[in-house]
Design a protein around this ligand. Structure first.
Ligand SMILES: Cc1cc2nc3c(=O)[nH]c(=O)nc-3n(C[C@H](O)[C@H](O)[C@H](O)COP(=O)(O)OP(=O)(O)OC[C@H]3O[C@@H](n4cnc5c(N)ncnc54)[C@H](O)[C@@H]3O)c2cc1C
Length: 385
């Protein structure tokens, strides 16, 4: 059992999971979160922010002992994943082809965060600083000191920054980023359908960007619509009835009737921190990298960061902190960069209107559909198996 003093900044999904796993290893955790913790309602409407969790992420949440706390009526396992270019052959993945029950699980971000927070609240080696933001950091050789917005100070041996894509910690540490804006936005629309729970998630590629459907528990779903910022601004200004009409006319074909419940839009940006650590401070999750949500990999990559750092802290705790954090960076930075770049390539190729690229795209999708073992390998990689 360890008993380090560890400061975790940001109690989102990545920060809360890190805090819980380390607290269970015996570390004393100081969890700083700028928003108050609010437990979501089991029966309320679905939130717009949902994520597709891979089998590996599910496994980590099981290790943390919280997966079974996610209410059944907020969890949707999907067995099929389909992708195609408008008017061309579908590339279909099916969990049965690799002998497993589900390719992944779609859950609201706030529910994953909530079950982690509930578990944290039961531990007596976690101190909470809710509704508090970090304002200053003194990154010393042997310890790190944080000043909060109420002037309170916390001292620890390690600071773990999980404060999201606009990380204050990253700014305070002066860690640079490589970033760009895709000049596209992503609109999320929660819907209620007139059919039973769906078990296939799909994505249709169009010149304007992808259109995707994420099944949610019950007869609920989430539509993901990529388009120009101008078009998204227009769609956002529509009433629920008008938006439904626009979806029927311009979105990929939906094989059911539906009602629009809620809508929201998010800018698409790619960002990668130039360093994952400085002194005794280390970046995890979106604070280190944010990725095009195209293939639903963002939080799954963040959870891989968590797994890597927690393992190093558990099994290599005899190493000097600098060596340990360097190892974390060696293991995670190239892997995250590879996934970011693969998503960018995919995104660019999917949007290209060049005739040759379109032909190649259709050919590749057709070939991939008939590639048997290779297709299964890709499926397993995406699931983290
Ligand atoms: C439209 C869209 C769809 C997506 N779909 C998927 C998907 O299907 N699958 C997937 O894996 N990923 C998906 N992602 C990515 C995923 O949402 C992110 O990768 C994930 O939320 C990052 O988690 P995080 O905990 O690192 O950061 P965040 O969720 O941003 O959490 C950061 C936390 O830190 C707190 N905080 C911020 N600043 C401070 C401060 N100064 N002091 C204290 N606390 C602070 C915040 O309040 C917050 O709680 C999607 C992203 C978008 C935009």
């Amino acid at each position: 059992m360890q008993n380090r003093e560890v400061i975790v900044i940001g109690g989102g999904m990545v920060g809360a999971l890190t805090a819980l796993l380390l607290a269970k290893q015996g570390d004393n955790i100081h969890l700083v979160e700028k928003k108050p913790f609010l437990k979501p309602s089991v029966s309320g409407p679905f939130d717009l922010r949902v994520s597709a969790f891979s089998a590996q992420s599910k496994h980590l949440l099981e290790l943390a002992g919280v997966w079974s706390d996610i209410p059944e009526n907020r969890l949707c396992a999907y067995q099929g994943l389909q992708t195609w270019e408008k008017g061309s052959q579908k590339l279909k993945f099916d969990s049965l082809e690799i002998g497993i029950n589900a390719l992944g699980y779609i859950v609201e971000n706030r529910w994953v965060q909530a079950v982690l927070w509930q578990a944290l609240k039961d531990l007596n080696n976690v101190t909470f600083y809710e509704n508090r933001a970090v304002k200053g950091i003194v990154n010393g050789e042997k310890s790190v000191r944080v000043t909060l917005d109420n002037q309170e100070q916390i001292k620890g041996q390690l600071l773990i920054a999980c404060d999201g894509a606009n990380s204050t910690v990253r700014h305070l540490l002066n860690i640079g980023v490589t970033a760009w804006d895709y000049r596209q936005q992503c609109m999320l629309v929660t819907i209620k359908t007139d059919c039973p729970q769906q078990n296939i998630t799909w994505q249709e590629f169009r010149e304007t960007g992808p259109c995707a459907f994420l099944p949610l528990a019950g007869n609920n779903g989430c539509l993901v619509w990529y388009h120009s910022p101008q078009k998204i601004a227009h769609l956002k200004s529509l009433s629920a009835v008008q938006l439904k009409q626009a979806i029927v006319e311009e979105f990929a074909h939906l094989p059911f009737d539906f009602a629009v419940l809620d809508k929201g839009a998010f800018p698409l940006a790619r960002l990668h921190a130039q360093d994952y650590f400085k002194g005794r401070c280390v970046l995890l999750g979106d604070a280190a990298h944010s990725i095009n949500p195209l293939a639903g990999q963002g939080v799954n990559l963040g959870f891989k960061d968590v797994e890597c750092l927690v393992n190093l802290l558990q099994h290599s705790s005899d190493l000097p902190m600098q060596t340990l954090l360097k190892r974390y960076q060696w293991q995670r930075k190239p892997a995250n960069l590879l996934m970011q770049s693969a998503m960018d390539l995919f995104y660019k190729v999917s949007k290209s209107e060049l005739g040759a690229v379109r032909l190649m795209r259709k050919g590749v999708l057709g070939l991939a559909q008939n590639s048997g073992p290779l297709k299964n390998k890709v499926m397993k990689y995406a699931m983290g198996l």
